[in-house]
Write a protein of this length. Sequence first.
Length: 282
Amino acid sequence: MFLAEYLVCHLVFTSEKGKLYVKIVRQNRICQLNRGFRVLIFSFLILKCLSLFIFHLNIMTKQKIAIIVAGGKGERMNADIPKQFLEIKARPILMHTLEVFRKYDAVMQLILVLPATQIDFWKELCKKYAFTLEHKIVSGGQTRFESVKNGLHQVELPSLVAVHDGVRPLVSIETIERCFAAAQEFDAAIPVVDLVDSIRQLSAEGSISVDRTAYKLVQTPQVFDGSLLKKAYEQEFSTLFTDDASVVENLGTKIHLVEGNRENIKITTAMDLEIAEVILKF
């Protein structure tokens, strides 16, 4: 036995602007060790450091996926075709929506969920408008809950998954960026905007005025860790599930709010269509 100095390493992983940094903290100690045991210690430390590095690297490199849900019928539009296929700026709404996500990320996977009866019509529209943007088409269910669940069957892990309304073509790239960045850190993020009108709460006696600053208007995309979202959609459907955030929140997960963009309206009426047409001209 003889005196030998060995090194104990601690790795601290931090991230800044999407880059991974590794900080090594050293601590020297003196003890009696033979050469074979020293080699064993160093080998163990190296393997441990590598495994930790790979683990944190995987977290930093989750693939980005967007599930675009479009199951509208256009009844409130009094239109002959579903609202997602109506034209704004000479092309169907849904094409504008898909393009925003492609502009945000050129390689992210796009999953379009449509009613089975509308898929052939969509393919014909893609031919008519020479729309070649790559996306995967999935048949939807009877409800939005079932449609999102069907889309999730195509999601691979690890990933960050955005769920977005197909008739929200005016979402900004900045809003999408904020949602993905927050979901990377907090696992669940949704865009919201402030209310500008006064609101009242209905009661048995009539209604009462409430503080509008205590409420937010919720938009999409709503972005989640892929594993978390898949687990959430294993739950039985509840009428309390009004959006994806409410499904995830039912697991006990806290939802992180980020700033949305006010023009990110959900096109459901003829007036919405006219407003979107005007906005897209600028």
